[in-house]
Design a binder for this molecule. Structure first.
Ligand SMILES: Cc1cc2nc3c(=O)[nH]c(=O)nc-3n(C[C@H](O)[C@H](O)[C@H](O)COP(=O)(O)O)c2cc1C
Length: 210
């Protein structure tokens, strides 16, 4: 489709083969990550998403914390694939840690009691939007990344190491770096099983509009 945003969305892929040779500077990378999170929507514009951006040794330290935590729960004889995976994340240039500030969620629950049950859900959705925005912005700049979930296993140690506020809840980790391998093919399910469009003058027009 000849639409620059859709093209950027299409370009975003999971990259496990990461290297340290970022195609843009660390400063530009940080600016992209911050802008993507700043501009991502949140319920009631509550801006509950937080991020910690780790480069170089700090990023590698995060992954060694994850490795040590995993060693405690994965049997030693089965650890090799886990180690390979963790090493591939540590091989990148950096890692974004995505948090949601639970104080913001609690504040909203108190202020808008009618929606109290929704705010934790909307916070998760806002986090997903922030993650997607960052991932897409990075891949648009030819920075490879993947999305990982070693929370809550690593939470306490990470909080102590990087002085994370107690109200910040870790939701996802995004290792990023240079793309060291091409992306594989991606299969898509049948659109007809996925989308329903009503009220347009013809199905052909509905497809074009999309
Ligand atoms: C909510 C969510 C959770 C995911 N969790 C993981 C994960 O824990 N580890 C991982 O390697 N990939 C994870 N992924 C990445 C998906 O596996 C990947 O996006 C999907 O297979 C499509 O491939 P693509 O990213 O190349 O388009 C996650 C993606 C989403 C949206």
């Amino acid at each position: 489709m000849n639409n620059p945003l859709i093209q950027s969305i299409e370009k975003r892929r999971t990259q496990y083969a990461l290297g340290t040779a970022l195609p843009i500077s660390e400063q530009e990378t940080t600016a992209l990550i911050e802008a993507a999170i700043r501009l991502a929507p949140s319920s009631f514009n509550s801006q509950s998403s937080r991020a910690v951006i780790l480069y170089g040794d700090e990023s590698r330290e995060f992954w060694s914390i994850a490795e040590a935590a995993l060693r405690k729960i994965v049997p030693a004889e089965a650890f090799a694939p886990t180690k390979t995976k963790i090493d591939s994340f540590a091989a990148g240039a950096g890692t974004v840690l995505f948090y949601e500030d639970q104080d913001v969620v609690k504040g909203l629950q108190e202020k808008f009691a009618l929606y109290a049950d929704n705010f934790p859900v909307w916070s998760e959705q806002a986090s997903g939007m922030a993650q997607f925005a960052v991932w897409t912005a990075l891949s648009d700049a030819d920075v490879g990344a993947s999305l990982q979930h070693y929370n809550p296993l690593v939470d306490a140690e990470v909080a102590a190491r990087w002085n994370i506020p107690a109200s910040w809840k870790l939701r996802a980790q995004m290792p990023f770096g240079s793309n060291e391998k091409p992306f594989g093919e991606k299969a898509f399910m049948d659109d007809a099983a996925r989308f329903k469009v009503f009220g347009t003058t013809s199905a052909a027009e509905a497809r074009v509009a999309a």
